[in-house]
Design a protein. Sequence first.
Length: 260
Amino acid sequence: MHPNMLDDVVVSRAIIQTYMNKLMDYTEVDVAIAGAGPAGLVAAYYLAKSGHKVAIFERKLSLGGGMWGGGIMFNEIVVGPKGCQIFDEFDISYQTYQEGYYTADSVEAVTTLASKAMKAGAKIFNLLSVEDTMLENSKVTGLVLNWSAVDLAELHVDPITIRSKFAIEATGHPLELLTTLVRKNDIKLFTPSGGIEGEQSMNAEEGERAVVTNTKEIYHNLYVTGMAANAAWGAPRMGPIFGGMLESGKVVAELIGKRL
């Protein structure tokens, strides 16, 4: 075939071989993150920027979690002053609504967070669901993955496993990773009850503060960040305000970074 003509099979081979090489390279990582919402993306950025090997696994086709849709599908979000500091570092534009309230385009925010995380060296695998954790000596040592389509089609197909030094639960409200971990194993989390405390109703002020405080290790080598942190530790949701989410991602990166 003429070198300037496209061969459909070569296109297919290029995709398959390149993706498989990438996935093979990330079967062992320093940090594995479940969920590519704002907190997960920010955590990946700071960890990768520090030279750590990081992979995010996102069950959906799109990234950004709740940030992507803004509020009630109005693609605008609100952050406070601390959120603006992170937006400044990521070069995400925002405007003042009134003192203490700043608005940003959710599409610009998500795409920039994702781009910066990947430019820093993190890898993002979408359409891969984290369906379980790997436990060794009562410590989380990896994640169990399957194609999201397998779950949606209710197919009986076994998953694969990747190894990690640390894992981050960043799946937001559903708390998918932690829920499965507790359901399948006779363990006690580091919460007051030893179980999942559960998400409380809306309170933006309290929820924004709590999401940063609740960003910490919840089981051996497993950390929670973003809305998953509040759902795990029993704090309110905060709606379409995302400064705490961004700060939470930075905090969890700092906590794990110290241990790495």
